[in-house]
Design a protein around this ligand. Structure first.
Ligand code: ACO
Ligand code: LMR
Length: 264
């Protein structure tokens, strides 16, 4: 029989050994000829399967809506300061990306984890939020620095509208909305934020599309694929901010003394 030489690397998502590269077995020519979009490419390379059009469209909407949020947010600020320090594109980009985490843009996976656990256990929004409070954990996907109950995040509304119109079920999103109703009764800034909207809706996408087993869904949530959507999306904006600063020939940034409270 054949003797296989042991390999040091296993890879299952792409292959460039043939005449043309393949993503999850699909050759590049089919990807182009069949008019695949970036949502399809993400499906192939992240989930190793083609997803229905409403799913890939949803992924594309997430990418478009999270591409940028102005110069004042954590990521863009870091990128701008770095570009103004004369650093190159990659350095300016990663300086911004490094701010993505539990407070900013990187709460999608935890939102999915906690919403899923609470919903699947049948916890009421009150029981869920109060149990988080007891543990001293802020509810991921809830709260925003500038958005309020009377000034909702348009991105969240757009995602919800798309899902209500196109998804077979939005049970996790409806649960997140009930959680928001409860948290808003506590404080006006405790809205469902874009991380929470994507986290809960991606659970609906995974569960409702019929394309994933329960075990696969658990693995996706456990590994934490979903922050990848924000990282990918915001890279578009951070690259834009880098070019903007270079185009404007902005000098080295120095924070004004007046804006620092010097104290002992
Ligand atoms: N769950 C429960 N209580 C909260 C939450 C939350 N998610 N967020 C704020 N609070 C309450 C707490 O009582 C907090 O007091 P504490 O400091 O004792 O915990 C109080 O509100 C005031 O909080 P602030 O720190 O003033 O709120 P801030 O405006 O600075 O925070 C933030 C905004 C960071 C988004 C916060 O709401 C949070 O940590 N949310 C969870 C993480 C998250 O979803 N981040 C993604 C945001 S969207 C994005 O970045 C694209
Ligand atoms: C963002 O997408 O960057 C924002 O939601 C964060 C912010 O502070 O506005």
């Amino acid at each position: 029989g054949k003797v296989r030489a042991p390999t040091h690397i296993i890879s299952t998502i792409s292959d460039d050994r043939g005449e043309e590269p393949c993503y999850a077995g699909i050759p590049m020519s089919s990807i182009v000829e069949q008019g695949y979009g970036v949502g399809d490419v993400i499906s192939l390379l992240w989930f190793k399967r083609s997803l229905p059009r409403y799913c890939t469209k949803f992924i594309e909407i997430c990418i478009m809506l999270c591409a940028d949020h102005g110069p004042c947010v954590s990521g863009a600020h870091n990128t701008i300061v770095t570009a103004r320090a004369g650093k190159d594109l990659v350095s300016s980009l990663v300086a911004g990306l490094l701010t993505i985490g539990p407070r900013f843009g990187g709460a999608i996976d935890d939102a999915a984890r906690y919403f899923k656990e609470a919903y699947d256990k049948g916890l009421s929004p009150y029981e869920f939020v109060e149990s988080m409070k007891k543990k001293g954990i802020r509810v991921p996907g809830i709260g925003h620095r500038v958005k309020r109950g009377d000034n909702r995040d348009k991105r969240v509304e757009l995602l919800q509208l798309f899902a209500r119109t196109n998804f077979p079920s939005v049970k996790y999103m409806e649960y997140a909305v009930q959680v928001e109703t409860y948290t808003l009764s506590k404080a006006n800034n405790l809205v469902l934020n874009v991380d929470g909207a994507i986290g809960s809706l991606f659970l609906d996408l995974l569960a409702g599309s019929g394309m994933f087993t329960k075990q696969e869904i658990d693995e996706i949530v456990e590994i934490g694929y979903l922050n990848g959507l924000f990282v990918l999306a915001r890279s578009i904006g951070l690259i834009g901010h880098t070019f903007d600063q270079k185009r404007l020939k902005q000098p080295l940034y120095r924070h004004p003394w007046e804006d620092v409270l010097y104290t002992k």
